[in-house]
Design a protein around this ligand. Structure first.
Ligand code: PLP
Length: 430
């Protein structure tokens, strides 16, 4: 593969963009090497500026669940464009979007559109704090909720340890308000709520942890959190920016049968346009400005072109059997990868749910905690990543990101991926 043009662009980008990119993981920092620059995307494929084609398992980090450049989405955007890009006044598509979201996710009795997942989570905790009059929040180690200050806090040495900022610029006073828990640890959650539950405004969780590879909730874990939050008057927030409309049409809350008080969304609802949303119980959402006193606003929120794109994609994914087909494809992919690794003698396992999956280079038969995920062989992952990339398969360039399949991935892309994987695992072992 030739990469001359990508290399030249990256060199120029590095002069002017921090790290050469506009979002850190794109820089390939944790796998080494340099990113390729994309010229266009279609179906299951990305095409770079040097004319290379890649089977894409990143899907723009989530939105492309029906494949890139989907004709229905493209058509809807073209039509909306004809009417203007932004109005700064309400439009009909916002109402249709609210009706669609509240129908697909019944725990959302009301919603507010924003422009990113980060905005959605920031707004949701402000609302929880405003509604409860409490300041502390709880998040889980290895869960990512965007780059808001309150979320850039990782675990201390115990459930009650005060937060430690892991990014300079996060004020300690704010970080101290974020408590962290180990994902999938029932007892730690109980202990924290026994100690401090009545002070906690919100518990926010990625119901499937897709930013620490792909960790599935243990049986009853989400229910356990629901019970703790109900008992202590804490607002339970499911961050469904990644899982929403992906692990099931109704998101993780439908799949696992647990009803949060608030939910946050992004990615799929914008079909690749900058869109987020948060929603939930009517009594909570009614406290958002201008209905209530908790302030939140956005110049471009509910943008007509973005709404058109999102609505078109939400239509596509409501086709009967859409998610079942994706899940079957994800299972076939993961089973095939496990078999290829076994044949090559590489310690490896996978996790999968709906249209998302995780790859773990480890002896452990199953990985479902953050501690296990960080103990995996990240050097082996990096070798595998590059061997796959050289063979035209693009996986997320980090051992701690979930992969995504789309409806455009078919038998042919599956077989091509597994051919590449057999060679790549042999290189990992060597
Ligand atoms: N929450 C989760 C679970 C995410 O995966 C992400 C982004 O990957 C975010 C929030 C932040 O979304 P955005 O990047 O749109 O701000």
């Amino acid at each position: 593969m030739q990469h001359a043009r990508s290399q030249e662009l990256f060199q120029r980008a590095r002069q002017l963009l921090p790290g050469g990119v506009n979002s850190p993981v794109r820089a390939f920092g944790s796998v080494g090497g340099e990113p390729f620059f994309v010229e266009r995307a279609d179906g299951a494929f990305l095409y770079d500026v040097d004319g290379n084609r890649y089977i894409d398992y990143v899907g723009s980090w989530g939105p492309m669940i029906a494949g890139h450049n989907h004709p229905a989405v493209r058509q809807a955007v073209k039509q909306a464009l004809g009417n203007g890009l932004s109005f700064g006044a309400p439009c009909a598509a916002e109402v249709t979007m609210a009706e669609t979201l509240t129908r697909l996710v019944p725990s959302c009795e009301m919603v507010r559109m924003v422009n990113s997942g980060t905005e959605a989570t920031l707004s949701a905790i402000r609302l929880a704090r405003g509604a409860t009059g409490r300041s502390r929040i709880v998040k889980f180690e290895g869960n990512y909720h965007g780059h808001g200050d309150s979320f850039l806090v990782k675990a201390g040495s115990g459930a009650l340890t005060f937060g430690v900022p892991n990014s300079p610029g996060v004020p300690k006073a704010l970080a101290d308000l974020t408590l962290t828990l180990p994902y999938n640890d029932f007892d730690a959650a109980t202990a924290l709520f026994d100690e401090a539950g009545d002070d906690i405004a919100a518990l926010i969780i990625e119901p499937v942890a897709g930013n620490a590879n792909c960790l599935l909730p243990r049986d009853g874990f989400l229910q356990h959190l629901r019970e703790l939050c109900t008992r202590h008057g804490t607002v339970l927030i499911f961050d469904e920016v990644m899982t929403g409309f992906r692990v099931a049409l109704g998101g993780a809350q439908a799949r696992y049968g647990v009803t949060p008080d608030l939910s946050t969304f992004g990615k799929i609802i914008g079909a690749g346009m900058p869109v987020g949303a948060y929603g939930g119980r009517r009594d909570l959402m009614s406290q958002i400005s201008p209905a209530g006193p908790v302030y939140q606003a956005g110049t471009l929120s509910g943008n007509p072109v973005a709404m058109a794109a999102g609505l078109a994609l939400l239509d596509v994914i409501q086709e009967p059997g859409f998610h079942d087909r994706l899940e079957a494809h994800g299972n076939a992919l993961c089973d095939g990868l496990e078999a290829a690794a076994r044949d090559a003698g590489v310690p490896f396992t996978t996790s999968r749910v709906g249209a998302m999956f995780g790859l773990f280079f480890t002896d452990a038969p199953k990985v479902d905690t953050y501690a296990q995920a960080v103990a995996c062989d990240t050097a082996a992952f990096a070798r595998f990543f590059h061997a796959m990339l050289d063979r035209g398969v693009f996986l997320a360039p980090s051992a701690f990101e979930a992969g995504f399949v789309s409806a455009a991935h078919d038998q042919q892309t599956l077989e091509a991926t597994l051919v590449a994987a057999r060679e790549a695992f042999a290189l990992v072992r060597a």
